[in-house]
Design a protein around this ligand. Structure first.
Ligand SMILES: [Zn+2]
Length: 304
């Protein structure tokens, strides 16, 4: 994407779609406003183009530029994880699906394969972990890149060395949070609840149950448990509030006492999951960070 200037991109979209450049720019700005300026002009232009049904021929998109709803997306990435294919039945028909995580230097993303030919490549070992692949004609559904029978998956000769393997959290406003998002947001803690203590298995860190005077792990049987803490807070980023859970390791990384947390502004990164008890989404925090004042000012300037 970086090799094409924004102006060239505008020209290209204008020529292909027949729309005036001004109209396209208006749509690009509207898209950026909707995404709170978290997307580059070029990225927004791609989304607009894709919404106009315009395929970028052989243009490759970086993973951090993939946006929900994007169609005909092409990218080159390294497979960093493959999950075993699963079978399912739908309307009496057997189907197969396989998931993998691919990465480039900007980010990583979950890829869902629906086509038996693509899944076969994995089953035969022709495509495997640490291989670089070219993905053509894929569709962004939520935070996942989906490949159907019109998509292509093939080995690429390109060398990708430094890829982003850490879990990628996308910057988002709370009002845009969806279930299973790995999101990151700058927000204030507006409510703090009592710290809770619970017991986990020392091997797998899963919750253990007390039976008589024995603690039992589903997987590891009788164990002597470790104590863990969790704390619920409510965060607010100005768009919405969100029930948020911080576990042991996150709490330990906080250099604040519970009283100090109220009103504190921080960057929270984590997963949006369904709280089965309340049947509402909640934010499971994996890391917190103090906002860097320079970065905040910069992002505010970019939004203007
Ligand atoms: Zn265990």
């Amino acid at each position: 994407m970086t090799e094409i200037s924004y102006e060239k991109l505008l020209d290209k979209i204008s020529r292909t779609s027949g729309l005036e450049k001004e109209e396209i720019e208006r749509r690009i700005e509207a898209k950026r406003a909707k995404l709170s300026g978290l997307i580059s002009k070029e990225g927004a232009a791609q989304v607009v183009a894709s919404e106009l049904g315009f395929a970028f021929d052989k243009e490759k998109i970086k993973i951090d530029e993939l946006v929900s709803g994007m169609r005909k997306a092409n990218t080159i990435a390294k497979i960093i994880k493959i999950f075993p294919p699963r079978t399912f039945s739908k309307n009496g028909k057997e189907g197969k699906v396989a998931n993998m995580i691919v990465a480039d230097e900007t980010s990583n993303i979950k890829v869902v394969l629906w086509d038996v030919n693509h899944i076969e490549l994995i089953e035969k070992g022709e495509i495997g972990e640490e291989k670089t692949v070219e993905i053509v004609n894929a569709t962004m559904r939520g935070n996942e890149l989906h490949l159907g029978s019109f998509s292509e998956l093939k080995l690429s000769k390109e060398e990708l060395n430094e890829v982003k393997r850490d879990k990628a959290f996308r910057e988002k406003e709370i009002s845009e949070f969806k279930l299973s998002d790995n999101a990151s947001t700058r927000a204030f803690i507006v409510q703090v609840f009592e710290m809770k203590e619970f017991n986990v298995c020392p091997e797998c860190r899963k919750k253990v149950v007390l039976e008589g005077d024995q603690y039992l792990c589903v997987e590891h049987g009788k164990v002597s448990p470790e104590k863990r803490n969790l704390m619920n807070v409510v965060i607010d980023d100005g768009t919405e509030t969100m029930r948020t859970v911080m576990f042991h390791d996150v709490l330990q990384s906080l250099a604040h006492s519970k009283e100090d947390l109220l009103g504190k502004e921080m960057i929270f990164s984590g997963d949006v999951r369904l709280n089965k008890f309340f049947n509402t989404p909640e934010f499971i925090v994996e890391s917190v960070k103090e906002p860097d004042v320079d970065e905040v000012l910069k992002s505010l300037e970019e939004k203007e």
